[in-house]
Design a protein around this ligand. Structure first.
Ligand code: SAH
Length: 204
């Protein structure tokens, strides 16, 4: 499997049918998901690991982690409709044995795992919507991959919040991310924004 191949597979997965704006349901584009998962894979954080995908949506990151050799991925998602699409995506790639669907608010997920991969709400609808995701990730894992807006104030918040919770940022890559414009009430069909993909690790 090459990174480009992974990006193509992930970009062809089924997406949200009627995305819910209040839950910030936009899927991770194939290229962004592949970059993040490839980084994780190359650092040994995917193969044979138990992973949680918090706010898994239609399962882009869960499926990608399984394709790269994860032992198991818990796909934790509050919206049943989205989770049913994640199930279908996993099934179509014969990954039902790897992706375990958990219909739950991330706050109530309580398994200890090796690696978190997540694309949480950016907080454009409900400010601070990313907080419960970060808090849960710090609680259950020593290694976390997460996607946030590449804006100065967000960067400053992430740096301080990660540090306050006993973690450090080991990697950060800035990437283009396409969002259907419905979420930002613009006229363009697609809005291209910049995101930061992070790796956080618990301080020893
Ligand atoms: N990770 C997916 C979807 C990102 S969109 C992808 O990469 O494509 C964010 C997802 O978080 C949505 O599916 C939304 O329904 C879910 N979500 C929002 N708040 C949640 C919560 N408190 N608990 C669990 N899932 C939540």
């Amino acid at each position: 499997m090459k990174k480009k191949h992974l990006a193509i597979i992930l970009s062809k997965l089924k997406g949200f049918e009627n995305p819910k704006i209040e839950l910030e349901q936009y899927r991770t584009p194939g290229n962004v998901a592949a970059e993040m998962l490839w980084l994780a894979y190359s650092l040994g954080d995917i193969e044979e690991r138990i992973i949680a995908d918090l706010g898994a949506g239609t399962g882009v990151l869960s499926v990608g982690a399984c394709l790269l050799g994860a032992k198991k991925v818990y796909a934790v998602e509050i919206d049943e409709k989205a989770l049913m699409i994640a199930k279908e995506n996993a099934k179509n790639l014969n990954l039902e044995g790897c992706v375990e669907l958990i219909l739950s608010d991330v706050r109530f997920f309580d398994k200890k795992i090796d690696t978190v991969v997540m694309n949480p709400p950016f907080g454009s609808q409900n400010p601070k919507a990313d907080r419960p995701f970060l808090m849960k990730a710090f609680e259950i894992s020593d290694v976390i991959y997460s996607i946030h807006l590449a804006k100065e104030e967000v960067r400053r918040f992430i740096e301080a919040f990660v540090n306050d919770n006993g973690f450090k940022i080991t990697h950060r890559l800035t990437l283009d991310f396409e969002i259907p414009a419905q979420f930002f009430f613009h006229k363009k069909r697609l809005e291209r924004i910049k995101v930061d993909v992070y790796r956080f690790e618990r301080e020893k």
